[in-house]
Design a protein around this ligand. Structure first.
Ligand code: FUB
Length: 448
């Protein structure tokens, strides 16, 4: 992880004028995005590719959230293979959904008993977990992967999944059992497009279905063809078909031979999540989740969406006059995160010159003070408050003392000037060699 963070730092230093915001997370590899909108935030459930992976070596899942689509809060890893006592390996692509105040996270894992993938379900009272095994056994098993869940307007929920087939069950309202058997969706070329050169797989459907309903139309967006995959979609007048192939959503792009779709509407716009190999060291087994904004065509069809390094514009501003978690980040260079003794996460493993970019910060009439919650075992480091870039205009500097431990927290404050209107904020960390300090949260004071 450290090497990845450092590598990103080097790239960002060299490419300072063009600070990209895709991929969404820079300090760990992420894959298989599954967004969920809840109470004014979008929660993003992902897998986690281990550093240096040469296979889909995945042991835990991660949760991130945002109120603006540009600054993402790291909620750590509230579910892992260890959550499921019956799971052996492969914490692969899942999806979470809310029902009656509970959050259900459907995931594929290979079981100890059979050595084949099965679908498990984690449950939590919070979108950020912790999640526990809802059943103590798989919900359903047919040796296939990649569950997606959709609750129809009439309350009937469906769980779809599969590679090489595509199947579904009708979930009961408890969301952890189902009625009837496993039904296989006919993979016809009319429904899922035509693949050439593979007699065993005549349609484009490969894996990673993302099923949802919008304006009365049912969509199945999926990873198509292998390999490399592209993202395609089909639509249907009902939840179980008949499906009609509609074409490409995202062409094959981005240095990863898999891709994986996730789509939501949030604050009046539509967003397409996917993954690629864009980070330093990135590739087919070291992937990163990214997002693009798009608009449906008038007839409900989805336009072709290309990968970008800029990502979507901010859907909202960020209020600097309330406590903001340090792990709410548009772009982080060199840093990592870890669980904080005060709860949540903190930014840590900070070296001289590392920084955090926070986008679209609404300073309004002007900030006059900056406070930061810090912990350190060395004295003489500081948090530099800057705009215009990590080495841009200096608005203020807070000195960080030796607090006697990496989780011994104290709040430091300093004066700042020149912070008015809405701008991107850079917190740059400076000091000697080695790790400098940890940062749990920050907050400005002044005229809103
Ligand atoms: O991340 C592991 C697997 O790769 C997923 O389950 C598939 O969708 C593909 O992205």
């Amino acid at each position: 992880m450290t090497r990845l963070a450092l590598a990103v730092g080097v790239v960002l230093t060299l490419a300072a004028p063009a600070h990209a915001d895709n991929p969404i997370v820079q300090h760990v590899y992420t894959a298989d995005p599954a967004p969920l909108v809840h109470n004014g935030r979008v929660y993003l459930y992902t897998g986690h590719d281990e550093d240096g992976s040469t296979w889909f070596t995945m042991k835990d899942w991660r949760v991130w959230s945002s109120a603006d689509m540009v600054n993402w809060t790291d909620h750590g890893s509230p579910m892992s293979l260890n959550t499921f006592s019956w799971a052996k390996q492969d914490a692969w692509a899942g999806q979470a959904v809310e029902r009656n105040g509970k959050f259900y996270w459907y995931v594929p894992v290979v079981t100890k008993a059979t050595g084949r993938p099965a679908i498990g379900v984690g449950v939590s009272d919070s979108p950020t977990g912790p999640f526990r095994d809802a059943l103590g056994r798989p919900l359903v098993e047919n040796g296939e992967i990649d569950p997606t869940v959709m609750i129809d307007d009439n309350g009937q929920a469906y769980l779809y999944w599969g590679n090489p087939n595509l199947s579904y069950v009708r979930l009961n309202t408890d969301m952890i059992s189902y009625s009837g058997g496993i039904t296989r969706i006919p993979l016809t070329t009319a429904g899922f497009g035509t693949r050439t050169g593979d007699a065993n797989r005549p349609t484009l459907y490969e894996e990673g279905p993302w099923v949802y309903k919008r304006n009365g139309l049912y969509y199945n967006v999926f990873a198509a063809k292998c390999c490399s995959e592209f993202i395609a979609y089909s639509t249907s007048p009902g939840p179980t078909g008949p499906w009609t192939y509609r074409g490409t959503v995202m062409p094959t792009q981005g240095s990863s031979f898999t891709n994986h779709p996730g789509i939501v509407d949030f604050k009046g716009s539509s967003y397409f999540f996917y993954h690629n190999g864009a980070l330093p060291g990135g590739g087919g087994f070291t992937r990163s989740v990214a997002v693009e904004k798009f608009s449906y065509n008038a007839d409900g069809t989805i336009p072709t969406i290309n990968m970008t390094t800029t990502g979507p514009p901010a859907a909202d501003t960020l209020n600097p006059y309330v406590r903001q978690e340090a792990e709410t980040i548009a772009w982080g260079s060199g840093i990592e995160t870890e669980a904080a003794s005060e709860g949540g996460m903190n930014v840590g493993f900070i070296n001289n010159g590392d920084y955090i970019k926070v986008k679209n910060v609404a300073f309004g009439g002007g900030a006059t003070t900056f406070s930061a919650r810090v912990a350190s075992t060395v004295a003489g480091s500081s948090v530099e408050v800057r705009t215009g870039g990590p080495n841009g205009t200096l608005a203020g500097r807070c000195t960080v003392p030796n607090t006697g431990g990496w989780q011994n927290w104290t709040t430091v404050s300093c004066g700042v000037s020149g912070l008015t209107g809405t701008q991107d904020l850079y917190l740059r960390f400076s000091g000697g060699s080695g790790y400098l300090f940890n940062l749990n949260w920050w907050q400005f004071g002044g005229a809103r």
